[in-house]
Design a protein around this ligand. Structure first.
Ligand code: NIG
Ligand code: FE
Length: 409
């Protein structure tokens, strides 16, 4: 039966993900897609006739490396304004915490984001999104958390969903209403009740939320205070993520582990007992070297302990206007290797297979595999290790998402 909608990407050096910490690749390979999925992967010479006879498009990638589309599993890329003025202060020695306590930091971005219309917020955010796509990102998580009121949280999440449609990207939306206590509230419980009972259920009704996140640290909320919000999220069948152990040992992993969160993120100050708890869940440890670098932290996440307990590690940009104005997942990869001593293979897996797990997409994204989504990238490199090797290079040639070319150099 003729089916002319097969697309073939041929003459590709295809990198597969294996369990044993080794890259496995097909030297002269082909990928066949049908609609949004991969239907065949193998050596060019083994391409079945049914695909050759019935294809609608054929691309010769000229021996270039093809990897899964990169996944940035932790971003705050939708926000208003920027905080370049605070950067200057930080360089003079004023800390992130001091800036926040004086009404700047996250509060400054909340003010700037509240002031924008939805169209303006989209306009400011999409310039950043274009940079991600041009560096091979096909999927990204986008958090709210610069609204801290119903209208603005809704506006942010609507922009996030719209970005997915506009750019044919896979977007996972995360509600971060529990980011910090907004100025108009004096009482944390009153604010968290509002977020839990009013804001979240209404956003869920509009299908704007895939997961719920919170900032569990001394300048935001403690694990006990977040208990109700997490229970509510579970009642609403939502998944959970948590900013944890970034500035202090906040024990957020205990909460995250108990609720089987998708991920715990940052983790510079996590202890071994907390990691043992993670080992009993499927929770991914998301490391954010951009924030570590930008805040000039000195305590590194305990990568050896994460390895010892076999916790999957993901890497993300944490793109945000304060602690990590990083628009490059490739740069975050390099930082993860240089600053946290990940191997290039661990770093690669951290933005593909493990990042997919951190967004609940283990069964369909992050690998080039039959049945998986046809999200992949053609690179002008010889080996994926080169992705974390350069600083400031962009070897991305073309980006395919759901079987469609969404970027071509
Ligand atoms: O992941 N830690 C909390 N939230 C963000 C920073 C937000 C900001 O400074 O605007 C983070 O680092
Ligand atoms: Fe963050």
């Amino acid at each position: 039966m003729p089916n002319a909608s097969f697309k073939i990407w041929s003459n590709a050096k295809i990198f597969l993900m294996t369990e044993d910490a080794q890259h496995q690749f097909i030297e002269s390979g082909a990928i066949v897609t049908h609609n949004k999925s991969i239907v065949w992967v193998g050596e060019v010479q083994d391409l079945p006739a049914q695909y050759i006879d019935n294809h609608s498009a054929y691309y010769d990638v000229e021996g270039r490396v093809v990897t899964p589309g990169l996944i940035d599993c932790h971003t705050h890329v939708v926000y208003g304004g920027n905080r370049a003025n605070e950067f200057a202060l930080k360089l003079q020695g004023v800390s992130y915490e001091e800036i926040l306590l004086k009404g700047g930091g996250i509060h400054a971005t909340v003010n700037a984001t509240r002031a924008l219309s939805e169209a303006e917020l989209m306009q400011q955010s999409l310039k950043r999104i274009q940079q991600f796509i041009a560096q091979g990102v096909t999927s990204l998580e986008i958090k709210s958390g610069y609204g801290l009121d119903y209208q603005t949280e809704r506006k942010m999440l609507r922009v996030a969903r719209e970005i997915g449609k506009l750019f044919s990207l896979n977007i996972s939306t995360t509600f971060l209403g529990a980011h910090v206590l907004p100025h108009e509230y004096k009482d944390k419980k009153a604010y968290l009740d509002y977020v839990t009972e009013e804001v979240l259920p209404n956003l869920v009704k509009e299908n704007l939320v895939d997961a719920v996140d919170a900032f569990c640290d001394k300048i935001a909320f403690d694990a006990e205070e977040l208990e109700n919000l997490f229970s509510k999220a579970k009642d609403l069948s939502l998944n959970l993520k948590l900013h944890s152990d970034q500035l202090t040992n906040s024990k957020g992993a205990h909460l995250a582990g108990r609720f089987q969160a998708w991920s715990v993120d940052h983790l510079e100050h996590i202890d071994e007992v907390s990691i043992q708890i993670l080992a009993h869940s499927n929770t991914v440890a998301v490391l954010l070297p951009g924030a570590y670098y930008y805040l000039q932290e000195t305590q590194k996440p305990p990568v050896d302990l994460l390895r010892k307990y076999k916790i999957p590690i993901a890497i993300a940009t944490d793109c945000n206007p304060g602690s990590s104005p990083c628009l490059s997942l490739l740069t975050a990869l390099n930082m993860a290797c240089v600053l946290f001593r990940l191997t290039p293979f661990e770093a690669f897996k951290a933005v593909t297979k493990n990042a997919a797990q951190a967004l609940g997409w283990s069964d369909k994204k992050g690998q080039i595999k039959v049945g998986f989504d046809a999200d992949f990238v053609v690179w002008d490199i010889n080996h994926p290790d080169e992705l974390s090797y350069y600083i400031g290079a962009n070897p991305c040639v073309s980006v395919i998402n759901g079987g469609e070319i969404i970027y071509d150099k």
